[in-house]
Design a protein around this ligand. Sequence first.
Ligand SMILES: [Zn+2]
Length: 156
Amino acid sequence: MTTESQVQSLDQFARWGFTLENPDNHVVELLHEGELVARFSQSGATKESLQKECAQHLVIEHGWGFAGRPCCACKETITGDDTKASAIMLQKKAKWDYPTWGNGLDGIGGRAIALVCGKCLEQNRQPEYALKLNGDDWTDPKDIELVPLAGLEDAG
Ligand SMILES: [Zn+2]
């Protein structure tokens, strides 16, 4: 895949500030407003993998659509007016692809992410679950699974 067609494969994400860079012939870097989001091999930078990283970045880092997703501490659904809801980067190894953080940036691989509602954050309540996406659709609650942290390996 050429860089130009990779850029085209970003579709609407290109309008939302995502760009691609080729630091060398083997690597494709996805950036958002100049900040490194993910690093791919040339063959790994498919339209699907690029757009999934873009969507995940907007949801996790920029709070797009926490609403309707479960809080990983109290399991209540996070409401649209909960402006304090946050994503927490866990030091646990994820056995799934999305959502995770640290992909390829340090060579260690994906780690799990928890979403916590504003109320739990205020009460300093710790997440007991990690968020796992089973399908492709961030907006479908059926695709979202809560995985108990107790069953996950620590990331060293
Ligand atoms: Zn909560």
